[in-house]
Design a protein around this ligand. Structure first.
Ligand SMILES: *Cc1c(COP(=O)(O)O)cnc(C)c1O
Length: 380
């Protein structure tokens, strides 16, 4: 079955009671039991099971090529639940340029529970190999990274990690399963902030973890119920609606992303472009190999905070805001917004300068987005 067919049908069976074509929002906390110890159809309590959530879990698992899926209240909740597969005294290798919230969760919450973390530049698999220890049980990568779009070779890292007895987790939020399916390269667990492309309309916060390993899946299901950070029925329904159009949305994000990147690369006010689709990106070939496209995230450097401020305050169509992956074009300033808590020297090493601007290209007309950026850049 093709991607779009799965997106529309996986998990989306007509409702057994009424035949409703769209999975209803099962807004209930509990379910009537037929007799003592006889729940109807396996449903007892809605933290444990909810048909709307089950549908979106099956749907996203199918899109990533996984057997099992678990939906959570946010991307961070999905990542937290996944890290609970790790015990005190065990070690995790992490991309040093992960989403800021992931770094905060690992370094300021989970480190207090005896989990050891090593942050390395995973764009070179040799760094991952060098960081592996006898107690390493997980390698956690994000590719492409936010906002400078560095790529990690998923196959190379998976092979190294597996040889050392560690599972590999990939945060696939920036690509969505339409543009990249990490499991096909050997990754064990894929996590998403569904807040971004999967829901796609900037109107829900959620997360998901999908995987094939039965033992880890059983544990994740247990954690999901025991800890309880579940995705609500309404948000499950919104994400389920979002993924039906994922393929067409990602095609357009990708096409407009390429056009916007090409425009920026030629613009005299732009000092440097960060877009894996550009031939000037040093990992363009790797990106081409493991991604179906390059997506809608584009970052560019205009040389100074003053110039960045001019662009960010002159745009009229693009909205100045954090987040990404929605239908509207969002523009942001990583150094003072998403990466404000990252140490200045780390920011400098990663290329997150004061002049860096990030765009999440939306689904407006490509010409209108480019015209808006052009008039804003002309104010520099
Ligand atoms: C937004 C984001 C998260 C966190 O997701 P929330 O839904 O905001 O909790 C994690 N990883 C990446 C790459 C993100 O962009």
């Amino acid at each position: 079955m093709g991607f779009s067919t799965k997106a529309i049908h996986a998990g989306n069976e007509p409702d057994p009671t009424t035949g409703a074509v769209t999975v209803p929002i099962y807004q209930t906390s509990t379910y009537q039991q037929e007799g003592l110890g006889k729940p109807r159809g396996g449903y007892e309590y809605a933290r444990t099971q909810n048909p709307t959530r089950l549908a979106v879990e099956r749907n996203i698992a199918a899109l990533e090529g996984a057997r099992f899926g678990y939906a959570f209240a946010s991307g961070m909740a999905a990542i937290d639940a996944t890290l609970r597969l790790i015990k005190a005294g065990e070690h995790v290798v992490v991309s040093d340029n992960t989403y800021g919230g992931t770094f905060r969760l690992f370094s300021r919450v989970l480190a207090d529970y005896g989990i050891e973390f090593s942050y390395v530049d995973t764009t070179d698999p040799l760094n991952v190999e060098a960081a592996l220890r006898p107690n390493t049980r997980m390698v956690f990568v994000e590719t492409p990274t936010n906002p400078v779009m560095m790529i990690t070779d998923l196959k190379a890292v998976s092979d190294l990690a597996h040889a050392a007895g560690a599972r590999v987790v990939c945060d696939n939020t920036f690509m969505s399963p339409y543009l990249q399916r990490p499991i096909e390269f050997g990754v064990d667990i894929v996590v998403h902030s569904t807040t971004k492309y999967l829901n796609g309309h900037s109107d829900s916060v959620g997360g998901v973890a999908v995987l094939n390993d039965e033992k880890d899946a059983e544990k994740l299901a247990f954690i999901q119920n025991a800890v309880g950070a579940i995705l609500s029925p309404f948000d499950s329904w919104l994400v389920l609606r979002g993924t039906k159009t994922l393929a067409v949305r990602m095609e357009q994000h990708d096409a407009t992303g390429r056009a916007v990147a090409a425009f920026l690369e030629e613009h005299p006010k732009v000092r440097k472009l960060y877009y894996p689709g550009s031939l000037s990106h040093r990992q363009h070939e790797l990106a081409k190999r493991q991604q179906k496209g390059f997506g809608g995230m584009v970052a560019f450097d205009v040389g100074s905070l003053e110039n960045a401020r001019t662009v960010l305050e002159s745009v009229r169509l693009c909205t100045l805001a954090e987040s990404l992956g929605g239908v509207e074009t969002l523009i942001s300033h990583p150094a003072t917004m998403t990466h404000a808590s990252v140490l200045p020297e780390t920011r400098a090493r990663l290329g997150i300068t004061d002049g860096l601007v990030r765009i999440s290209v939306g689904l407006e007309e490509t010409e209108d987005i480019i015209a808006d950026l052009d008039q804003a850049l002309s104010k520099i």
